[in-house]
Structures are given as structure tokens and as C-alpha cells.
Ligand binder design. Structure first.
Ligand code: NA7
Length: 536
């Protein structure tokens, strides 16, 4: 074994946050090494190559804002770009700033252990390589740990099988194939509408339907491109003012104080507009008032019934156990019409779960199905999953997984008491988890970079939040969430994943107090000499 390499900072992950953090820390003169499990940059956009993967945020609101050159040199081809384009974009950024020279690819971190006497983190990769740094920054992503369903016989299947989150780099052909898709979250919806175009036959296994709404994507023409480039300042300013850092923000009116006629017209307008307006730009009370929420839920149910020809199928596609927008709203392009096609069948497995995967397909509800391909769109071990699969140990050998056993505890979603010198970009209870994510990534990275400027200027060897600061933030996170209908529903927001042992009790993994309030809080903490942190 060669001697461990020494760095000032080790970053885990070369997705959007890791890349930008590397760029910033290098400018400050730190020696940085990024360890990345994949063979290329891009994180989410590197791994999720499944058919139909694309933005639900407007492309030009999603890219990095920090470089005017990048903004002016890059042309987005569509209002909501597809995954290959986004991956090309991130490679373009990596090339432009020569980021790859400090990134080690095919390097999955297995363990990170804090050395108390040396105030440093010892890192071990899965292949046994070791490295050491004073500071550790996790940039592991909130949706980066794909989860296979807990169904017997998965290994027995003899056909092609893919999880959407680890999709192969080579093209996958669906023509003349009988394909199954399991899962109807945002990923399943994007996959289904694409596979249905060419598969000989597609069977969708749905445990819970979601309220989906039209994306209304379109190409960007030259004149629009020029307009976008001239107005980036405005675009990002608008995002930064809005609750979720999207181009859409809540309507100031209350649904229940608006006449039924005006409400209907407003919903119709939002349903007809591109992007997340119907979710993020809706009446301000739909997430907190059940009565208000019922009005939009009923509207979307009506749309589903109008779009799906077979009324029995339409009813199956309508959610019964939650209201509109209390889970992530999948945006779609012709999703509901897929079920009008002769080659597509919907199987409702709510009351009859898949019993087992067989060598030729699967058994469910007393029937055997044969397939050439099974696609698992079964989601992720959200937000904490990327942390859990690394053996992270802080002071006194405490394991992070144990500390978070009953739900995450953090200060600002950026640091954890007992884990000195570790910063968690887009960590649990960080506003970036409930956000048009690159906008909040930039906030996280820029705040951390200012901290590192301070660390250098004051020769700080160790930084750790106080338990009191952590307790107060954690309480605030739950308090901010408690008013929301989101917390009454099973979803990855509330930490429910029945495919994983122990993830069957609701908690709250995100910060729902809004990106502007979060930014303000972080800035106040910094302005008050990093209040709540102990710096040595
Ligand atoms: P999600 O939203 O967690 O969806 C996973 C889907 O898989 C969902 O429909 C699940 O049903 C279904 N699922 C999970 N396990 C099973 C089993 N065992 N049997 C049948 N069906 C199952 O993940 P996505 O990848 O779609 O989206 C995650 C985020 O990525 C998304 O919000 C975007 O922000 C990007 P359930 O609803 O649990 O009944």
C-alpha cells in the first residue's frame, strides 16, 4: 500500500456541487482532491441516462450562474433540456476550468474517519487507496443511491434488467421487446412515456399513482436564445427571490378566497403553461390548507379523466392517499395518453404486490407475466443514502449513520456536531434539498468558500457546530415543515422507503423554510463570526 496522499481538502463527488466547490477552493489556493465513483463528471446527469430523462426546471434557470463566459458561450437547445445535453454542458464546464486534473475517477469512498489528534480526515477508497485532508466536503447528492425493490427472485431474471439510476452507457433498444416498468415516480413517468414509443409491449406496475402535469417543452429559437442570454441577471435574481429558487413562485392569493370561476381559470392557465408553475406558482395556501389543496387535486383528477379514454384505467391513475403537490409532481409529455395505446397495460399493484421476479418475468396477483426486459424505476435512498453507504466516523468513533438513526440532525444542513471539519453540501435539512438545486448549490458552495477564506485568514484548524446550535436548527427544520401537508404523506421527502430496513417512519429530510430565508440565515451566521460554530 502506498503512503496516503495529503490534501487541504477532499471533496466526495464530482457532480454539480463538487465541481463548483473544487473551482472555488482552487481559486483560494487550497490543494484539493475530488474522489468520484463514476468515470466522468456530472453526478445525477452522469448516472441517470434512462430514456426520457430531462429537466423539469427551465434549462437557463438550472445552469451555473457564476461564470458570465459560460452563460454566454453555452446554448440550451430546449426550454427543458434532456440528459445528454446536460451531461455535455457539465463536461463543457469541466473542460473550460480544467477541473478534471484534480478529480480522481473510478474512486468510490468507502470510509472517512476523523483523526482527533491530527484534526484531519482519513479517507479510504473501495480499492484500498488512502488519502488524508484537514477538511472533508461531501458533495454526494441527495438522490444518488439507487434502490432496488425488496422483491424475491430479482437475481433469477434471465432477460435485460436495469435500474434507471444506473442506466448503461450503451443505447438500449426496446423495439420488438416486451418491457415491464416498475415504479411511477418522476423517473418512472419520464421512462414510461419514452419506452411506450417503441416497445412491442409495455406493462407498467404501479403501486401509487402521482399527480402529473404537462411539461410543455419546446425548442429555443435564435431570437429567444439571444433574449435569454441578455437577461440572465434577471432570471437568476427572480430565482433567488422565490421560495424554491425556481422561475415560479406562489401566487399571493388564497385558493379559498378566490371565486370558483376565477380559481378554475387560474388552474387552467397554470396547467397550460410550461414547467413547475402549477406546483411552485400556485395559490399560496394549497400546501397548508386541506380544503385549498382539494380544489387543485380535483382539477388535476378531472384532467386525468379527460385524457385517459378507459374510465377504469383513469381511476387507477388517480391518487387516493395524498393531495396534489404534497409529493414531487412529475412533469410529463403525453404520459396519460400512453395508456390509450394498444401496446400499453397498467397493472395496479397497490393491493396485490409483485410476489416474485421469475427467470422469465414476474408473478403478481395470481398471474405470471413474461418479459424481455424489466426496468426498475424504484427510486433512491434519498438524502441520507449517499452518506449511509460511506463509513463516516467523527469524534470518539461515533458513526454518522448511528447519529442519524432517528432522522438527521445538522446545523444549517451544512455541518454535524461530533464531525469536525466536515461540510455537507446539499446535506439533509439544507434548503438545497428542496430547491431548483443548482441555485442552492451555488449558495452552499459560495458560503462554504467564504468560510474557507476565513479559515485561511485566521489559521483555523478545526470547526464544529455546538450541540445547542444543532438542536435549534433541527427544531426549526421540523417546525417549518410541520405546517405543510407534505409531512402527512409517505414519500422520499418524509424519509419513507419500504425497500430499506428501518425507513418506515416519517421524518423530514428537507428544509422547507424557503431558499431566501435559508440564505439570509446562513449569511447572518457568517456575519456574526460564524455563530453556532466553534472555530479553533
Ligand atoms: P420515487 O419518486 O421514489 O418513485 C419510486 C417509484 O417506485 C414509486 O412509484 C414507488 O411506489 C415505486 N416502488 C418502489 N418500490 C417498489 C416496490 N417494491 N414495488 C413496486 N413499486 C415500487 O423515485 P424517482 O426515481 O421516480 O424520483 C426520485 C426523484 O428523482 C424525483 O423526485 C426527482 O426529483 C428526481 P410508491 O410511491 O412508493 O408506492
Amino acid at each position: 500500500m502506498s503512503k496516503p496522499q495529503d490534501f487541504d481538502v477532499i471533496i466526495i463527488g464530482a457532480g454539480m456541487s463538487g465541481m463548483y466547490q473544487l473551482y472555488q477552493l482552487r481559486k483560494l489556493g487550497y490543494s484539493v482532491r475530488v474522489f468520484e465513483a463514476g468515470t466522468g463528471v456530472g453526478g445525477t446527469w452522469y448516472w441517470n441516462r434512462y430514456p426520457g430523462a430531462r429537466f423539469d426546471s427551465e434549462s437557463y434557470s438550472y445552469g451555473y450562474s457564476f461564470s458570465e463566459e459560460v452563460l454566454q458561450e453555452w446554448d440550451w437547445s430546449e426550454h427543458f433540456a434532456a440528459q445528454p445535453e446536460t451531461l455535455r454542458y457539465l463536461n463543457f464546464v469541466a473542460d473550460k476550468f480544467d477541473l478534471r486534473s484534480d478529480i480522481q475517477f473510478k474512486a468510490r469512498v468507502a470510509a472517512a474517519i476523523f483523526d482527533e489528534t491530527g484534526n484531519a480526515w482519513d479517507i479510504t477508497l473501495e480499492d484500498g487507496q488512502e488519502a488524508r485532508a484537514r477538511f472533508l466536503i461531501t458533495a454526494v447528492g441527495p438522490l444518488s443511491t439507487p434502490v432496488m425493490p425488496k422483491i424475491d427472485g430479482i437475481e433469477d431474471f434471465q432477460g435485460e434488467a436495469y435500474h434507471t439510476g444506473t442506466w448503461p452507457h450503451e443505447p438500449v433498444d426496446f423495439t420488438n421487446k416486451r418491457v415491464a416498468v416498475i415504479g411511477t415516480g418522476a423517473t418512472g413517468v419520464q421512462t414510461i412515456q419514452e419506452v411506450a414509443k417503441t416497445a412491442q409491449h409495455l406493462t407498467v406496475f404501479q403501486r401509487s399513482p402521482n399527480y402529473c402535469a404537462p411539461l410543455h417543452n419546446s425548442p429555443i429559437d435564435e431570437a429567444t436564445q439571444a433574449r435569454i442570454k441578455a437577461s440572465y441577471g434577471e432570471i437568476f435574481a427572480k430565482c433567488n427571490r422565490s421560495h424554491g429558487a425556481f422561475l415560479h413562485d406562489a401566487d399571493p392569493r388564497f385558493a379559498l378566497e378566490t371565486s370558483a370561476e376565477d380559481r378554475e381559470a387560474f388552474y387552467e392557465q397554470r396547467y397550460g403553461e410550461p414547467g413547475f408553475g402549477i406546483w411552485m406558482g400556485n395559490f399560496r395556501d394549497i400546501f397548508v390548507d386541506q380544503g385549498a389543496n382539494d380544489t387543485i387535486s380535483e382539477f388535476v383528477k378531472k384532467k386525468i379523466r379527460a385524457r385517459v379514454k378507459d374510465p377504469v384505467v383513469a381511476e387507477k391513475l388517480i391518487p387516493r392517499n395524498h393531495g396534489f403537490g404534497t409529493r414531487r409532481v412529475p412533469l410529463e409529455t403525453g404520459y396519460y395518453e400512453v395508456y390509450n395505446q394498444d401496446n400499453v397495460v397498467l397493472v395496479d399493484i397497490k393491493d396485490t404486490p409483485i410476489e416474485r421476479i421469475t427467470p422469465t418475468g414476474l408473478s403478481c396477483g395470481g398471474a405470471d407475466y413474461d418479459f424481455d426486459m424489466i426496468i426498475y424505476a424504484t427510486g433512491f435512498d434519498a438524502v441520507t443514502g449517499g452518506f449511509d453507504r460511506i463509513d463516516i466516523r467523527g469524534r470518539d468513533g461515533q458513526r454518522l449513520k448511528d447519529k442519524w438513526d432517528h432522522g438527521p440532525r445538522t446545523y444549517l444542513g451544512l455541518q454535524v456536531e461530533g464531525f469536525p471539519n466536515m461540510l455537507t453540501l446539499v446535506g439533509p435539512h439544507n434548503a438545497a434539498t428542496f430547491c431548483n438545486i443548482p441555485r442552492c448549490i451555488e449558495q452552499n458552495v459560495e458560503w462554504v468558500s467564504e468560510l474557507f477564506r476565513y479559515i485561511k485568514a485566521h489559521d483555523v484548524q478545526r470547526i464544529e457546530p455546538t450541540l445547542a446550535a444543532e438542536d435549534a436548527w433541527t427544531e426549526h427544520v421540523y417546525d417549518a415543515a410541520s405546517k405543510l401537508l407534505f409531512t402527512k404523506v409517505d414519500s422520499w421527502f418524509t424519509g419513507i422507503n419500504r425497500n430499506i430496513e428501518g425507513k418506515d417512519k416519517r421524518t423530514f429530510l428537507l428544509y422547507a423554510g424557503g431558499a431566501p430565508a435559508y440564505r439570509e440565515k446562513c449569511d447572518d451566521v457568517a456575519a456574526n463570526g460564524y455563530e453556532g460554530f466553534v472555530l479553533q
